[in-house]
Design a protein around this ligand. Structure first.
Ligand SMILES: Nc1nc2c(c(=O)[nH]1)N[C@H]1C(S)=C(S)[C@@H](COP(=O)(O)O)O[C@H]1N2
Ligand SMILES: [Mo]
Length: 431
């Protein structure tokens, strides 16, 4: 029953805040280029069809985004929910090649546990459909297995959710439920090979130490799993370091899973146990509409039939403009703008990224870097010439290695709003 929630229908304030952020009102004042007032993005392009936008209730009192105050975290992160604590990274704070820990988004489903006193004594158990049960401390894991470091994107399954209309249930992420860090650990496959998989082994089930929000110790806060094929992917890792530092408690330290390319919920934080199952796992976060999308497209806002849903695995293609920031202002007479951004595509790579200065009427290709390793994001740079001073929107769209491009609007509505990957747009003012 744990879903990508933390907001629900009653949470209209939060939904509206999410919207307003897309519209460009925000405290971007912390960012160098921005000199104050917000620029409006035309409403239709915020992923909301005009008709719906007009019908949307203007009930909530005007309220800007709430910024995060958390030790070690950047104060530009935007709080999407306090219980459980959820905070996203505005696109303009994702401008580093490797996302610094302080800027990395936070997503909790339950209570945040106390920091482990003795990290190396932390125990992990692997059991279920294997020949030899493994019980290993983090200290032993570090000394007995060969560690690898990989830069990989972690992205919440609900990233982009705020683009759905009518609003989908859950945290109203814009594009900031994602980051790309260097993770150090060991491939899960190395442990599973050592344990010896039985022919009946089909699926993983992940467990951890964080308490359910209610405080009820008998209920896991979340327990997801993946098909064995993904568990055996050498990039699916048990990690203890992030950007070369011990994994912080808020990111699941001392040890967590990173299952790159798939919904972030599979990447169990504070990992204590992995049980190998002989069937699809059915823990909290696996059933009904949680991390599932429709097989046959459904009527937006309509009644959903659980039988029409399958598990969301690879995340869809996405690109973001990380510089300039939405709302940036430039001196009169500025003739061109340098753009920077990032793009990624779940299990796939990104083939090309294009930008538009005229609401999608024409597009221009940008320079796309190669990923450092699989599941890394791809940084991009470009320059656009400005025909005049004035108000401009810059749109960015990425196309994945199989040819799928980001849509203008998030479609394929589903109750919990997965798969929202509409093009990113920013507004800038020249003069
Ligand atoms: N134990 C545990 N693991 C968890 C979660 C959680 O609530 N508890 N949230 C999941 C979700 S939904 C996401 S998107 C990622 C977020 O990781 P981060 O907070 O380090 O960014 O952790 C996943 N792992
Ligand atoms: Mo998530």
């Amino acid at each position: 029953m744990m879903r990508e929630t933390g907001g629900n229908a009653a949470d209209s304030n939060k939904l509206d805040t999410g919207r307003r952020r897309l519209l460009g009102s925000s405290g971007l004042a912390t960012i160098g280029l921005v000199m104050g007032g917000a620029l409006p993005l035309s409403r239709s392009g915020a992923g909301i069809p005009q008709a719906h936008a007009q019908a949307a209730p203007a009930a909530a009192p005007a309220k800007g985004p709430q910024y995060l105050k958390y030790p070690g975290k950047h104060e530009g992160l935007v709080v999407l929910g306090e219980k459980p604590l959820v905070a996203e990274t505005p696109e303009s704070l994702l401008d580093d090649d490797t996302t610094p820990i302080e800027k990395f988004y936070i997503r909790n489903n339950g209570q945040i546990p106390e920091e482990a006193k003795d990290p190396d004594a932390w125990k992990i158990t692997i059991d279920g459909e294997i020949n030899n049960k493994i019980e290993i401390t983090l200290g032993e894991l570090k000394s007995k297995y060969k560690a690898v470091t990989r830069r990989m994107v972690l992205e919440c399954g609900g990233n982009g959710r705020s683009g759905f209309s009518p609003p989908a249930r859950g945290n109203q992420w814009t594009n900031g439920g994602a980051g790309c860090a260097e993770w150090t650990g060991v491939p899960l496959a190395d442990l599973l090979k050592k344990a010896g998989l039985k022919p009946s082994a089909k699926y993983t089930a992940h467990y951890s130490a964080d308490l359910h929000l209610s405080g009820d110790a008998s209920k896991p806060s979340i327990s997801r799993g993946v098909r064995l094929e993904k568990a055996m992917d050498p990039y699916t890792m048990i990690v203890w370091a992030m950007n070369g530092k011990p994994l912080p408690n808020i990111h699941g330290g001392p040890v967590r899973l990173v299952v790159p390319g798939w919904a972030g919920s599979a990447s169990q934080k504070w990992l204590t146990r992995i049980t190998i199952r002989d069937r699809e796992h059915d823990g909290p976060g696996m059933t009904e509409f949680s991390y599932r999308t429709p097989i046959k497209p459904m009527v937006p806002g309509g009644k959903a039939d659980p039988a029409n849903f399958r598990i969301l695995e690879s995340m869809p293609v996405r690109s973001i403009i990380t510089s300039p920031a939405n709302g940036a202002k430039f001196a009169a007479g500025t003739k061109e703008l340098k753009l920077r951004g990032a793009s990624w595509a779940g299990d796939l790579t990104v083939k090309e990224v294009d930008v538009s200065l005229d609401f999608g009427a024409s597009w221009q290709r940008v320079t796309l870097e190669k990923p450092k390793n699989r599941y890394d994001w791809q940084r991009w740079t470009g320059t656009v010439k400005l025909p005049t001073d004035g108000y401009f929107e810059i749109w960015a769209r990425a196309t994945d290695s199989k040819g799928a491009m980001q849509p203008h609007q998030s479609g394929f509505w589903n109750p919990q709003g997965y798969g929202g990957n509409a093009m990113h747009r920013i507004a800038v003012l020249v003069g």
